[in-house]
Ligand binder design. Structure first.
Ligand code: GLU
Length: 507
């Protein structure tokens, strides 16, 4: 691709591979992508891996996997290459050196040999004397020899920006309008190990990759004046900026992976949230609902709908509360909306992991799963919740475990209820497959009619109490998918065997 072929906008997300991908990476990617796809440009994934102390080798692959899982696909990135490769900062180290050299040569930056101990001591004294903290420029204007003669010297210098007194502290933000940031310190741009800091690398990379819009978290607002200085000093055109509101916990604190499991993207996969529900949720965190023709709020929308009328000015700059109840609601909506085969298919990895099904389920098992899936589609909020509801359908009758609370809730009538259920169901014909909606054969309506007549009419027991013991017998639990449909799926043989097993247990 030549420069001429680049799109009208080029945006990037730039996660650091420091562990499980943060939910903020997905959130930033979504807003970056919406604008990119609306404008018809390129979305770039860049891995900012220059912080070697916090680097984790498997983290990059997790970033790829979780973003792809969400359906967020990039046009250029370390895994697929692109015209501005490489897309990993650690592979771009040669790129930064000339820029740093130019800053030094032009007097916009200087070497600093202060040891970490000296810097810590300096900060401590500034705090004690209630002075503003910041580098005191001890090294500025000194040669190595001059500086070496003073205390607190180290052999390997860093490079610092020389922030001028008249540094411009305001800038235009696409979401926030005119923003003011505090005066920056003499920021380190090259570390003692020779690696650029984020500040130099981000400016150089965004320039070299022809990024037009920098969309990132609001925690970077205070860095933007430094970045704008670097653009100016290096004679580069600055991109536009949009600082997204930070995601917050219910107590308004910043979402962190240490304190909130839901800060980890993999957590949503493990819980069985659908990627489309999570994407919708992330959009709603900072963006208003859509309006239908009558002007009503519509909170459920696809990425296509989201991007079609995307506008930075609609992004709410106030840090959204990360309320998982909303996600639960959305997930339920999306689950109920799935075509049944798709739904069953999405349950498979959870059922395999939980040992309900093996790695290669048989066609018979898949057919049964599809039937069970129909029974539970409206009953679960996350895919992981399916396991206890599905498991009883895939366990041998003699191996079904009866949960303690189910056993304890059986009541004194249980033996005679089970006897009556066994007798009435035993009389049902199961030679045909049963016709849906008919009351003969082994099907839910016939089972229901038989049990109602035997237990409610015959024994005079209320429905609520009458169906408890058979439910426990076939599912092992107090709460199960609909009873009659469950019995239909299990078949007569299993149903009778399970009823008998519990009855014998109670003898
Ligand atoms: N590596 C930075 C982060 O992880 C990127 C910030 C930016 O987008 O400029 O937040």
């Amino acid at each position: 691709m030549t420069k001429e072929k680049l799109g009208p906008v080029r945006l990037r997300v730039a996660p650091s591979p420091t562990g499980d991908p943060h939910v903020g990476t997905a959130y930033m990617s979504l807003f970056n992508l919406a604008f990119t796809r609306k404008e018809g440009g390129q979305f770039i994934l860049r891995i900012e891996d220059t912080d070697r102390a916090r680097f984790r080798a498997d983290s990059e692959q997790q970033v790829f996997d979780t973003l792809h899982w969400l359906g967020f696909h990039w046009d250029e990135g370390p895994d697929i290459g692109g015209p501005m490769a490489p897309y990993r900062q650690s592979e771009r180290l040669d790129t930064y050196a000339p820029y740093a050299a130019r800053l030094l040569a032009d007097g916009h930056a200087y070497y600093c040999w202060c040891s970490t101990e000296r810097l810590a001591q300096m900060r401590e004294e500034q705090q004690k004397n209630k002075q503003p903290t910041g580098y005191d420029r001890l090294c500025y204007g000194k040669t190595r020899e001059e500086r070496a003669a003073l205390p607190g010297f180290t052999e390997t210098p860093v490079v610092r920006m020389l922030i001028p007194d008249d540094v411009e502290l305001t800038f235009e933000d696409l979401i926030r309008g005119t923003v003011s940031a505090p005066r920056p310190d003499d920021q380190v741009v090259v570390k003692a190990d020779g690696f650029p800091t984020y500040h130099l690398a981000v400016v150089v990379d965004d320039h070299e990759m022809a990024i037009t819009h920098v969309v990132r978290g609001e925690e970077w607002i205070s860095s933007t004046p430094k970045h704008l200085l670097l653009y100016k000093w290096l004679g580069l055109e600055a991109p536009k900026f949009a600082h997204m509101p930070l995601l917050r916990n219910l107590d308004k604190s910043k979402i962190s992976k240490r304190k909130n499991p839901a800060a980890r993207l993999t957590w949503f996969q493990e819980q069985g949230y659908l990627p489309e529900a999570l994407g919708n949720f992330l959009a709603l965190l900072a963006y208003p609902p859509r309006q239908d023709a009558e002007g009503n709020d519509v909170e459920v929308f696809t990425f296509e709908e989201f991007k079609d009328d995307f506008d930075w000015r609609k992004v709410n700059p106030v840090g959204p509360i990360f309320d998982l109840k909303k996600l639960d609601w959305l997930n339920g909506v999306y689950i109920r909306d799935l075509e049944i085969g798709d739904f069953a298919h999405r349950l498979l990895p959870f059922l395999t992991k939980d040992g309900v099904l093996g790695d290669n389920p048989s066609l018979g098992e898949l057919a049964r799963l599809r039937s069970v899936a129909e029974l539970i589609q409206t009953r679960i909020v996350t895919l992981a919740e399916a396991t206890p509801l599905v498991a009883p359908f895939f366990v041998a009758d003699q191996a079904l475990e009866i949960a303690d609370d189910a056993r304890a809730g059986l009541g004194d009538d249980a033996p005679r209820v089970l006897d009556a259920a066994l007798e009435s169901l035993g009389a049902l014909d199961d030679t045909g497959t049963g016709v849906l909606g008919s009351e003969s054969g082994w099907n839910a309506p016939a089972i229901e009619a038989a049990l109602r007549s035997a237990l409610i009419d015959g024994l005079g027991i209320k429905a609520k109490l009458a169906f408890g013991p058979p439910r426990t017998a076939v599912s092992g639990a107090r709460i199960s998918p609909p009873l009659f449909e469950s019995m239909e799926i299990l078949g007569k043989h299993s149903t009778i065997a399970r009823l008998r097993r519990l009855r014998e247990d109670l003898a």
